[in-house]
Design a protein around this ligand. Structure first.
Ligand SMILES: [Fe+2]
Length: 351
């Protein structure tokens, strides 16, 4: 295959400009950029957003500057500098926003085509209603709001609540399919006890009736952090050192990813541990739930603390290290592997 492809400058200007005037372009000058050999070209940079020093003060200031009526969603979007800030992308497919809800504030009932999840960063008293089920939001909980499913947020507490929104918005917007529908009135809460989290609280066992009906797409909408954390601690006891202690959030009825395009998982780094993740074709975002350390992403070392967020491009080498010799560190991870698997090109590399 030729590596010396013709350039635009090689063409007579009248021919090239004529093509353009008729809404055509020659492929060969841009073929190699669109389809490079062996490795995709990536604009996404390894990136770090510091919560305590940077994101939180700016978010609290947004609470003073902009009343909720003027913002609808009071969100600061984490934008990857390699992709351009106006693109609102942490990676090519993943949108990450940090949302502030002050006591008494709410987000009215609505639904949209992008998939969304919330991961609670701080504050007590927030809740989300999805499909009539009231889902409490404690620190570290993962709440699913699947595409096309009605949801609304509220806050019964008396302190600021901050959560991380992760959406496949860049993907859905990119295919010109992103839109939202206003529900006009609140949902009737038919399930105040968050029964889906109770039904699937224990791995390996499910309510018997599950076996006699078609598999649901979203049988479980909230994954409590205290369950995930304690399962990681148990998993660490049977996982060799240096091998990632890594749990995937799944649909408990199918065992597959719990959302269609984005994957969610949690990693525990044992005291002093360094873990090299298998290199994957998916892009990823990490949010630090507990502890501190460093992430070497394509060789760039980023030092993280609790509540910081990091982004990694597709095909990146990622080495995570726990800085503490005595305490574990926990990270929540978002990736676009489910989308890549469905499109048939997701890869995990040996090195
Ligand atoms: Fe929403």
């Amino acid at each position: 295959m030729s590596t010396e492809l013709g350039r635009v400058e090689d063409l007579p200007p009248d021919y090239y400009n004529g093509l353009r005037s008729r809404n055509m372009m020659p492929l060969w000058p841009s073929l190699r950029a669109a389809l490079p050999f062996d490795m995709p070209s990536r604009r996404t940079k390894p990136a770090l957003w510091r919560y305590r020093q940077e994101v939180r003060p700016d978010l609290m200031r947004a609470g003073e500057l902009t009343p909720i009526e003027k913002a609808e969603r009071r969100v600061l979007v984490l934008c990857n500098p390699g992709l351009g800030l106006d693109e609102l992308k942490a990676t090519p497919t993943i949108y990450i926003g940090l949302q502030l809800i002050l006591p008494g504030e709410s987000a009215p009932n609505h639904k949209h085509t992008p998939s969304a999840v919330r991961f609670v960063v701080e504050g007590k008293g927030g809740y989300t209603v999805v499909r009539g089920e009231k889902l409490p939001m404690h620190r570290g909980d993962l709440i699913l709001t699947p595409p096309g499913m009605w949801h609304e947020h509220g806050h019964d507490g008396n302190e600021p609540v901050v959560w991380l929104d992760a959406l496949d918005l860049p993907l859905v917007y990119g295919v010109e399919a992103s839109y939202c529908v206003d529900g006009h009135k609140s949902q009737v809460i038919t399930d105040p006890l968050n029964s889906s989290a109770v039904r699937f609280a224990q791995g390996g066992v499910v309510p018997y009736a599950t076996l006699n009906r078609p598999r649901g797409d979203y049988p479980m909408l909230r994954f409590a952090w205290n369950n995930v954390r304690s399962t990681l601690v148990e998993l660490a006891r049977v996982t060799p050192l240096g091998q990632a202690v890594h749990l995937a959030y799944v649909n408990p009825e199918t065992g597959r990813e719990c959302m269609p395009t984005l994957g969610f998982s949690a990693i525990m780094l044992r005291p002093g541990e360094e873990v090299r993740l298998p290199r994957r074709s998916s892009s990823a975002v990490f949010h630090v739930v507990e502890g501190g350390g460093s992430a070497a992403i394509d060789g760039e070392v980023l030092t993280f603390e609790e509540a910081d967020t990091l982004a990694a491009p597709t095909h990146a080498t990622i080495v995570l290290s726990n800085a503490s010799k005595t305490a574990p560190a926990f990270l929540f991870m978002v990736d676009d592997a489910p989308m890549q698997r469905k499109l048939g090109f997701h890869e995990v590399f040996d090195r």
